[in-house]
Design a binder for this molecule. Structure first.
Ligand code: NIG
Ligand code: FE
Length: 424
């Protein structure tokens, strides 16, 4: 049991679907509440004074073998909130690109490095070369650090293979991180992340690679049930809206719902495609006008903002304020990847979403919990503090959740629970 918290952010008052507009900032904040965890789920959440101790103790006695769940944590002066959900990551990669980081800090441009065969293609070479077990071990360490910082659920994309064998290797690692590693994972095939070196430079090569994605990689991924979603990097220097439509058509037929890397470098059509296809999520959105926002809203697409990437690349921030005001539900994620943003701490990125994208602290909490879970189809299980939901919770070492933003980057996460067990 987590007892007598100064604040519990329940997010329990609104819709089950993604929250938009004023509802995005409604945290369902309760004071002096306790939360009872049993069998991995939230059994009760209510005023500390009305808790029936006898009932809790009886439940505890019957479950001695699950000590982690029944131990009492005194939460006086602390905050309880849903554990964070990172709905956009590329965490399965080999090698590093710290040389590129230094070049960019000295003035080199991300898109130019990419066009010259570095960037994503550098990670493709390093990921292809790494054996699966090594890839698994390195990513396990990465996710452990991310979980210690408050995230228990991860969306994980492939996209550093760009051929069948390595795309499947990355997605198998993602599945193993769930089945063997004990992390909550939803996975996404991002085979259309870039045209690989062996197919670059000619229209035929490009067509060959697109056919490889639609006729070989996606069917193999679907056959082995290795992904829940399909993503396309629809932007300048990557894939056109027409190519993106063709890939998603095939993905849809295979049961993979779209998520889109859209409008990072300009008004390049990705947001429009996301709206047309009612994608689960449109991500980045640095360049977005009122018409594009309306299209996303009307199609029920969640806008996923990645302010860590704007920070690292020195790019503009997505306009989170305009999205909220125009009624588009907003999620916020790390984008954790070897190039454009290797940040692992989603709580820090939550703060950047306030300073950069102008979300309020409450809106940013919803963006990294309930709305992120909704974008992964998990809103019934995660992202709120309510009876019957998975007991994935954070206890913060503060009596005011706004310190997540006020003291951005401070180690405020006191305890992390996943399915009722204390994991950090
Ligand atoms: O979301 N923009 C495209 N893909 C990634 C970056 C991948 C990389 O640089 O390795 C992103 O930022
Ligand atoms: Fe990304």
């Amino acid at each position: 049991m987590l007892s007598r918290a100064a604040q519990v952010l329940t997010l329990a008052d609104g819709e089950l679907g993604p929250r938009a507009g004023a509802a995005q900032g409604a945290l369902g904040l309760r004071e002096q509440y306790s939360v009872v965890l049993q069998d991995g789920v939230i059994a009760w959440c209510g005023p500390a004074d009305t808790l029936d101790r006898a009932a809790v103790d009886a439940g505890a006695g019957a479950r001695d073998e699950r000590r982690a769940e029944v131990e009492e944590l005194d939460c006086r002066g602390k905050v309880i909130m849903p554990a964070l959900v990172d709905s956009h990551t590329h965490v399965v990669w080999g090698g590093a690109r710290k040389d590129e980081l230094e070049r960019r800090l000295a003035g080199a441009d991300y898109e130019e490095i990419f066009a010259a065969g570095g960037g994503i293609l550098s990670s493709v070479r390093q990921t292809r070369a790494l054996p699966e077990d090594e890839l698994y071990n390195q990513t396990h360490r990465r996710l452990s650090r991310m979980r210690a910082a408050g995230t228990t659920t991860f969306e994980i994309k492939s996209g550093y293979g760009l051929e069948t064998e390595t795309e499947l290797k990355q997605l198998r690692v993602a599945r193993r991180l769930q089945n063997e590693g004990g992390f909550r994972v939803r996975s996404t095939c991002l085979a259309a992340h870039a045209i690989p070196a062996e197919h670059r430079g000619s229209a035929e090569g490009r067509a060959r690679f697109l056919a490889l994605v639609t006729d070989e990689i996606l069917p193999a991924v679907a056959r082995e049930q290795l992904a829940d979603y399909c993503d396309v990097f629809c932007d300048r220097g990557a894939f056109t809206p027409e190519e993106t439509r063709v890939i998603f058509q095939r993905a849809r037929a295979l049961g993979l719902r779209p998520r889109v890397h859209a409008n990072e470098f300009g008004h390049t059509g990705g947001a429009q495609v996301a709206a047309e296809l009612a994608a689960a999520s449109a991500d980045h959105l640095l360049h977005l006008d009122a018409r594009e926002r309306a299209a996303l809203r009307d199609a029920g697409v969640i806008a996923t903002l990645l302010p860590g990437t704007s920070t690292v690349l020195g790019k503009p921030f997505a306009d989170g304020r305009a999205l909220v005001e125009d009624g588009v539900p907003v999620a916020v994620a790390t984008d954790c990847n070897p190039g454009s943003c290797a940040f692992e701490n989603l709580a820090l990125v939550l703060a950047l979403a306030c300073y950069g994208c102008r979300l309020s602290p409450a809106e940013a909490v919803c963006a990294t919990t309930h709305n992120a879970a909704a974008s992964l189809g998990l809103a019934r299980e995660l992202g709120r503090v309510a009876d019957g939901l998975q007991a994935d919770l954070l206890v913060l070492e503060t009596d005011d959740y706004r310190d997540l933003v006020y003291h951005a980057g401070s180690p405020l996460v006191h305890a992390v629970y996943q399915a009722g067990a204390r994991v950090a």
